[in-house]
Design a protein around this ligand. Structure first.
Ligand code: DGI
Ligand code: FE
Ligand code: FE
Length: 191
């Protein structure tokens, strides 16, 4: 499927607001992949598909988790918004014919992040965070860092997420914590 064909198909599953966000992620992912020397085609495909499961309600997502045989942990089961990364990767394969594991993994970890993220995983995670439609406090500084140094951008985004989750009293997924620790460890090694 070419990019235009993918866009047409994605339009069918996203609300206008989510589509605008998705196209922002595509634009940012394209720029980040040029900046950091990643395959732009893979970045565009992963960006286009990253939120294809985002519009489904909790029951539908849980049903899909069962049907796809996805094994989920307690925290993902309790927090609906953590399910769409897992279901999204399966739908990208089933409905959009994506077989490239690099693209599927970037979708699968785009919300929580994970340890040992690939360049593509990091680009999608960050593009999702800083696309032009995002306007939360602190986004400008994360944008700047993401452009200067990918891992510093990633660290800033992860810290922002953790603070936000703590403030709201939400559950924190183990992958979010693991990413934070990994980045913090590599920072302290450099000091
Ligand atoms: O799908 P989007 O809204 O574009 O963005 P996303 O896939 O990054 O999902 C964002 C939401 O996921 C945001 O409200 C923060 C939340 N999130 C990220 N990590 C965790 C988390 N929520 C919980 N409960 N725990 C996490 O570790
Ligand atoms: Fe998402
Ligand atoms: Fe998103």
């Amino acid at each position: 499927m070419g990019e235009d064909e993918l866009i047409e198909k994605v339009k069918g599953v996203l609300s206008p607001e989510r589509l605008a966000h998705t196209l922002g992620v595509v634009q940012t992912a394209r720029k980040l992949s040029a900046r950091y020397g990643s395959d732009p085609e893979k970045a565009v495909t992963a960006a286009l598909l990253h939120d294809i499961a985002r519009e489904h309600d909790r029951n539908t997502l849980l049903q899909m988790v069962r049907n796809f045989g996805i094994i989920i942990d307690e925290v993902s089961a309790a927090q609906t918004e953590l399910l769409h990364q897992l279901v999204g990767a399966e739908l990208a394969g089933r409905d959009f014919g994506i077989t490239d594991p690099a693209i599927l993994n970037a979708i699968r970890v785009h919300t929580t992040g994970s340890v040992q993220m690939s360049l593509l995983d990091k680009i999608i995670y960050l593009a999702d965070f800083i696309e032009p439609g995002r306007d939360f406090p602190g986004v400008e500084s994360i944008r700047q860092k993401a452009w200067e140094n990918l891992d510093e951008g990633l660290f800033a985004a992860t810290v922002n997420t953790l603070k936000h989750l703590l403030e709201k009293g939400r559950l924190i997924h183990a992958s979010t914590v693991a990413l934070y620790n990994e980045l913090q460890l590599s920072k302290s090694c450099q000091e």
